[in-house]
Design a protein around this ligand. Structure first.
Ligand code: EPU
Length: 459
C-alpha cells in the first residue's frame, strides 16, 4: 500500500491542466452496454475507478481498450453474463451504473448492491423505483439486485428523495429509458453536468433526449443505439481541489482546460473567502496571497456547492480568519475528515450536518489516514499548507478519483512523494514526540536523558 509524504509550507505556483471527469466517464462507459457497435471516448481520466469499471465491463461483454492517443475504445459484444459481481462493485459504487443499460439491452441484470460507504448511508431505492416504473420486476436476493423485463415502457417518473435527486440514479433511469417503448418524463432529475454529459453521449449514439440540465428530462425511446465518439467534460471537482491547493498554500495557480460554467458556486465561495479568482475562457487563475476569511457555505445538489468539495473547503477554512460553518445537505454524515484534520491542529467541531471551523490555524504536519476519496484530498491540501512533514495513509482512496495527483502538485512546486507505507518511510520528525514537560526525570539503567523519544507509528 502506498502513502504520501508531504513537506508542506511551499506556496504553489504555476499552471496545471484539468483531467476528464470521473463521474461523467463512469456512467458513460457503463452506457456502452446498451449500444450496438464500438464507441470512442476522449478525455477519459486514468484512474483506479476507470480501471475497475473496465474490468467489470469486460465481464459483461464490453471490451475496453486504451488507445495510444489517450482515447478509450469500447467494443460491445453479446454479453456472456449479465452479472455484476460483488468483488468489483464493492470497490466502486459507480458499478451500479451498469444496472439500467444491462436491463435495457438484455431484459435482465443481476448487479451486486455496493454495500457500506464511509460517506454515509447510500441507498439505491430511487434507482429501483425508476426502473420499476419503466416496467422492470425487481427483487433483492443474497446481496444482488435482480431486474427483469421483456420490454421497458416509457412513463412519468419522479426521482426526488429526502436529500434531493440522485445523480447515478438519474443516469441509470436515463440509460434504460432511451431504449424503452414510448416517452419517459423524469421529474426531479439530477441536473449535474455529469448527467448532462451522459445524455449528450447517448444523443450522439442516436437517443432522443430533451431537458438535460433541468429537473425535467424527456426521453423518446428508440429501438437501438449505435456507437459514437464523445469527449468527456473536464472534472469540476478536481479543478476546484487544485484551485484550493493554490489558495491554501497562499500561492498563485492557473488551471487550464476547465469549464468555469460548472464551477459557478465554488468560484463564488472562493471569492467570498478572499481568493482572487479570474476566469479567462477555459483558464481559471486563483490567487491565495490575499487574507482569507471565514464563510458559511452549504453543499446542495447542482448548481450549488457540491458535497464532493465540502471536505476540501473545510481544510481551506481552517486556515482562514474567523469562524466558518460548512453544512452538507447531500451526505449529512460525510465528516470523517474532521478528526484527521484535528490531528493537524485544525479546530473543527461537528454539529449535526455541519462542521464549525475556527481559524486561522497554522496547521502542523502529522500522520493522517484517508477515509474516502474527497477526505483524502482534504488531508493532502491540509498537509500542503502545514508546517513540517505529513504522512497521508490509504491514498488508494485518492487514486480512485484524482489522475496523477502528486505529479500535478509537484509541477506546481509541492514536495509530495509517493512511497510504500512502512515505518522506514515515515519522516523522523513524525517519529519523535517531545517528552511531556511534567514527566519527571527518571534516571535509571535505560535513561538516555534525551529530550525526545521515538515511538512506533502505532505508539
Ligand atoms: N439517495 C437516496 N436514494 C437513492 C439514491 C440516493 O436516498 O436511491 C440519497 C443519498 O443517500 C444522498 C443523496 O440522495 O443523500 C444523493 O445521492 P446520489 O444518488 O446523488 O449520489 P450518487 O449518485 O451515489 C454521485 C457521485 C458522488 C457524489 C454524489 C452527489 C458518482 C459516481 N458519484 O453519487 O461522488 O458525491 O453523486 O453529488 O457520480 C465522489 O466522486 O467522491 C462521490 C462520492
Amino acid at each position: 500500500m502506498d502513502m504520501f509524504v508531504i513537506r508542506g509550507g511551499t506556496p504553489l505556483c504555476g499552471s496545471v491542466a484539468v483531467s476528464g471527469a470521473k463521474n461523467a466517464a463512469l456512467p458513460i462507459m457503463s452506457a456502452a452496454l446498451a449500444i450496438d457497435g464500438p464507441s470512442r471516448l476522449l478525455n477519459v481520466p486514468d484512474l483506479a475507478d476507470v480501471r475497475t469499471l473496465t474490468s467489470l465491463l469486460g465481464t459483461l461483454g464490453v471490451q475496453c481498450r486504451h488507445e495510444p492517443d489517450g482515447a478509450l475504445e469500447l467494443r460491445p459484444s453479446e454479453a456472456s453474463s449479465c452479472v455484476a459481481d460483488y468483488e468489483l462493485v464493492r470497490r466502486m459504487r459507480a458499478g451500479v451504473c451498469v444496472l439500467g443499460p444491462l436491463l435495457a439491452r438484455y431484459g435482465y441484470a443481476c448487479v451486486s448492491l455496493p454495500g457500506g460507504c464511509n460517506i454515509g448511508h447510500r441507498p439505491i431505492d430511487l434507482h429501483l423505483k425508476g426502473l420499476r416504473a419503466l416496467g422492470a420486476r425487481i427483487r433483492v436476493e443474497r446481496g444482488y439486485v435482480i431486474a427483469e423485463s421483456e420490454r421497458l415502457i416509457g412513463t412519468d417518473i419522479y426521482l426526488g428523495g429526502p436529500f434531493g435527486s440522485t445523480v447515478t440514479g438519474t443516469c441509470n433511469v436515463l440509460s434504460a429509458a432511451v431504449l424503452a417503448e414510448g416517452v419517459t418524463n423524469i421529474e426531479a432529475a439530477a441536473c449535474e453536468p455529469e448527467v448532462v454529459d451522459l445524455g449528450r453521449f447517448l444523443i450522439s449514439a442516436g437517443a432522443r433526449i430533451t431537458g438535460l440540465g433541468t429537473p425535467q428530462i424527456r426521453i423518446e425511446g428508440v429501438p437501438r443505439l449505435t456507437g459514437c465518439k464523445h469527449t468527456v467534460i473536464p472534472d469540476r471537482i478536481e479543478a476546484a481541489t487544485l484551485l484550493i491547493a493554490g489558495a491554501i498554500t497562499r500561492g498563485r495557480i492557473s488551471l487550464t482546460g476547465a469549464d468555469p460554467s460548472h464551477l459557478t458556486a465554488v468560484l463564488e465561495v472562493l471569492r467570498e473567502i478572499g481568493v482572487g479568482i479570474r476566469v479567462d475562457g477555459t483558464t481559471i487563475h486563483a490567487d491565495g496571497v490575499l487574507p482569507l476569511r471565514a464563510v458559511e457555505c452549504v453543499a446542495l445538489p447542482y448548481p450549488a456547492v457540491p458535497t464532493d468539495m465540502q471536505a476540501q473547503l473545510t481544510a481551506l477554512l481552517a486556515t482562514a480568519e474567523g469562524i466558518s460553518l460548512v453544512t452538507d445537505k447531500v451526505f449529512p454524515d460525510r465528516f470523517m475528515h474532521i478528526s484527521e484534520l484535528a490531528r493537524m491542529g485544525a479546530r473543527v467541531r461537528r454539529e449535526g450536518a455541519s462542521a464549525i471551523v475556527g481559524g486561522p490555524t497554522r496547521l502542523s504536519g502529522a500522520s493522517v489516514m484517508a477515509s474516502d476519496l474527497r477526505a483524502s484530498a482534504a488531508l493532502v491540501l491540509a498537509a500542503l499548507a502545514a508546517e513540517g512533514p505529513s504522512v497521508v495513509r490509504r491514498i488508494y482512496h485518492l487514486d480512485r478519483g484524482y489522475e496523477r495527483f502528486e505529479a500535478k502538485l509537484r509541477s506546481l512546486g509541492a514536495d509530495v512523494q509517493r512511497v510504500e507505507d512502512s515505518p522506514a518511510n515515515v519522516p523522523p520528525e513524525l517519529m519523535e514526540v517531545a517528552s511531556p514537560p511534567s514527566e519527571p526525570a527518571m534516571p535509571g539503567p535505560h535513561w538516555s536523558g534525551a529530550a525526545t523519544r521515538r515511538l512506533t507509528p502505532q505508539g
